[in-house]
Ligand binder design. Structure first.
Ligand SMILES: [Zn+2]
Length: 292
């Protein structure tokens, strides 16, 4: 985990002090970058922190750029939780400029936590959250960051993290049960998002339609995908909700394939149970698609 101390905005802190502290003002402010991190963090933080997600619902993380409001929001948080694995390149620039990592002594310190620390990374795939086994590690990193920012409530965060990890382990067992009995193990997805899921649950991503996320594939790449589909006798394409389906529809028609939507959880809603609900919904789709 990358932990870094940095200075809070002095005026803001002083302003709060002058107003006098209400209960809510004592809460630490935490910013997460993407929806799965919001779910993880909210479950650990409970009522003791104000957790806010940086990317609005519907904004994908691969091609995001920070607004001036985002920069202010980040500067006012005691803790910034990143996914890591190069997903937040638009954040690295800010961090490198020193706006976030300001090591000089001052009022308060900001902690920047890389949630991917300790995860066995598959090169160039940042979608670590799509395996609950990685999620457990991410939750531990988030717990440690909250404890560092707010040591007085270490016991509370530890207890919450333990309870949530139990739920994630239940989710993991549920996925193992279903994936273990699937008739088909190979799949084609829209963009390369499910490598961790495939690794942990004995599946294989035979091809991806988009060579690069959020980018139209070249005709040459589509030819490779079609060959992979034929060679592996694949019957199903996993697309994603809210994504233009033209390439997928053409492929499906040409090769007589069924199209299902799997959610990569890159965009979504912000509530504690969201991650588990979405993973279970994906599992239902997977079961339906790959049992035939
Ligand atoms: Zn992605």
């Amino acid at each position: 985990m990358i932990l870094s101390a940095c200075q809070q905005e002095k005026k803001f802190e002083n302003g709060k002090m002058q107003e006098g502290l209400k209960h809510d003002d004592k809460k630490i402010r935490v910013i997460t970058t993407i929806a799965p991190l919001y779910s993880f963090t909210k479950n650990v933080a409970g009522d003791y922190a104000d957790v806010e997600n940086l990317l609005p619902s519907g904004a994908g993380p691969h091609e995001y750029s920070l607004s001036p409001e985002d920069v202010i929001k980040i500067s006012k948080a005691q803790v910034l939780i990143e996914n890591g694995v190069g997903l937040e390149k638009w954040l690295d620039k800010l961090v490198a400029q020193g706006d976030v990592h300001n090591e000089s002594a001052g009022v308060g310190k900001q902690i920047v936590a890389d949630s991917s620390s300790g995860i066995n990374i598959i090169s160039n795939d940042p979608h670590i959250w799509l395996s609950p086994r990685n999620a457990v590690i991410q939750v531990k990193n988030i717990r440690d960051a909250l404890i560092k920012a707010d040591p007085a409530n270490a016991g509370y965060y530890t207890k919450n993290a333990e309870a949530y990890i139990k739920r994630l382990e239940r989710l993991d067992r549920g996925i193992m049960e279903i994936t273990g009995s699937l008739k088909r193990k190979e799949f084609v997805s829209l963009h390369s998002a499910f490598l961790y899921f495939a690794r942990d649950y004995g599946l294989r991503q035979a091809a991806v339609i988009q060579e690069f996320p959020e980018t139209e594939p070249t005709p040459r790449h589509i030819t490779d995908v079609m060959n992979a589909i034929r060679t592996n006798n694949i019957r199903v394409i996993f697309s994603e909700p809210g994504v233009p389906q033209k390439v997928v529809e053409t492929l499906a028609k040409d090769l007589n394939l069924q199209v299902y939507n799997l959610d990569t959880l890159e965009t979504g809603a912000f509530y504690p149970e969201w991650y588990e609900a979405m993973m279970r919904a994906n599992l239902e789709v997977l079961k339906m698609a790959m049992s035939q």
